[in-house]
Design a protein around this ligand. Structure first.
Ligand SMILES: [Zn+2]
Length: 413
């Protein structure tokens, strides 16, 4: 008796009767024969409601659980079906695994924790599973932990963004809480209909409590926000504006480089090509070598250097806050309009068009760092999630990593 309780602890299972533990020579694995404890039998695998038995299903089956030392381990049990009056004929629930899983809860929670805290290679190698399989585990874990937490409660200031997650223009719409820095909602698609689904989930009352929404300059976001939470101030995310400036600067650099090449100045062209990162990085992060490159740019190409200063000064606008920042923005606009660099004249026009949203950002003191850091992490996750078949797996990984849904490792508080 005591022996079986030790095994239950070792396997990390609850409400489960251990019938026998042995070593399967063929599978080279430890196999524990188990059954659900009394009150746990005959329940619907989806909703957990007590339901009359239907049949034996496909007979006995195995669930992979955490390794013991160097060998793999499985739980083995009957998997009968029941008739749920809401879900019809379904495989009965088992206390050690989630519905539809070939792995135990302990195994899936471990996979989720590892996916959030280590690399994809480490997870797949350590657990001896395909990365795609991990994707399905993450979906189940996030769905379960997410069902117990209302992530949309208490939202006041949110950021809405779109993230490209695959080639061929597949996007997710994501919503971030500015006050906690957490990802609170994500769904495939990037259009008004998708965003309306977020406001549906939030509900009318809580939509009415939003005071501020930040976003890029997309019309579909502005339209949905105006329709569903007209009281909220719409701000333009600072890092989007700074990215416009970085893009404009890159355009100028490319034009200058092409001109140098065409006019037979290969040395200058090479120099400009090498200066790309120096121009692109924030000056406080430049290495000595990059500082040198920047000085060379200032020396040999005034036009490009002016574009660089324009980009930097716009970044400075968003580092300041309040009326000082607004005054600097005005000064920047009049400089950019007269600068005779087409890319920046165009940028000045775009910024003038979105003046109200930018001014709101400056006056409401919206922190750039928080949203940008969530955004950067999300982009990193989209790369890690490459190989998952469905956007749901990516959303699950994002929710686990950035939405506070990651479960603790099994057996720990
Ligand atoms: Zn059911």
């Amino acid at each position: 008796m005591r022996f079986k309780r030790v095994w239950a602890r070792l396997l990390g299972v609850e409400h489960t009767v251990i019938e026998h533990v042995g070593f399967d020579e063929e599978a080279e694995a430890i196999v524990a024969l188990v059954r659900p404890a009394r009150g746990q039998r005959g329940r619907c695998g989806i909703c957990g409601r007590r339901s009359p038995g239907y049949d034996h299903g496909q007979g006995r089956r195995r669930w992979r659980t955490l390794d013991f030392g160097v060998v793999q381990a499985f739980l083995e049990a009957e998997a009968p079906r029941v008739t749920c009056h809401r879900h019809g004929v379904v495989v009965a629930a088992v206390p050690w695994a989630r519905h539809g899983a070939g792995f135990t809860r302990a195994f899936e929670d471990t996979a989720a924790w590892l996916a959030v805290h280590t690399s994809r290679v480490a997870v797949a190698e350590l657990l001896r599973v395909a990365w795609r399989t991990v994707g399905r585990m993450l979906t189940r874990v996030a769905e379960e932990t997410g069902a117990n937490i209302d992530r949309l409660e208490g939202l006041r200031r949110i950021g809405i963004d779109e993230i490209s997650h695959r080639k061929g223009h597949r996007y997710l719409t994501v919503v971030v809480d500015h006050d906690t820095g957490r990802l609170v909602w994500a769904a495939p698609g990037h259009d008004e209909a998708t965003l309306h689904r977020f406001f549906d989930a939030l509900g009318e009352h809580r939509s009415g409590q939003l005071s501020l929404v930040s976003a890029d300059a997309a019309d579909w976001i502005a339209n949905a926000v105006a329709a569903r939470c007209p009281q909220a101030v719409l701000c333009l995310d600072p890092f989007h504006v700074v990215r416009w400036a970085t893009d404009a600067l890159d355009e100028v650099r490319r034009q200058t480089w092409n001109a140098a090449r065409r006019s037979g100045q290969p040395a200058l062209a090479r120099e400009l090509k090498g200066a790309r990162f120096a121009l692109w990085k924030n000056p406080e992060h430049l290495t000595m070598r990059q500082r040198g490159k920047l000085a060379r740019v200032a020396d040999v190409n005034q036009h490009l250097y002016k574009a660089y200063l324009l980009k930097e000064e716009l970044r400075l606008v968003f580092k300041l806050k309040g009326v000082r920042a607004v005054a600097l923005l005005d000064a920047w606009l009049s400089w950019a309009r007269r600068c005779r660099i087409p890319a920046f004249v165009k940028l000045a026009r775009a910024i003038t068009d979105h003046r109200a949203g930018i001014q709101a950002t400056l006056l409401y003191g919206l922190s750039n760092g928080l949203v940008e850091s969530v955004n950067t992490k999300l982009r990193l996750l989209t790369r890690i999630a490459f190989g998952f078949r469905s956007p749901e797996a990516l959303i699950a990984l994002a929710m686990l990593a950035l939405g506070g849904l990651c479960p603790p490792l099994p057996g720990r508080a």
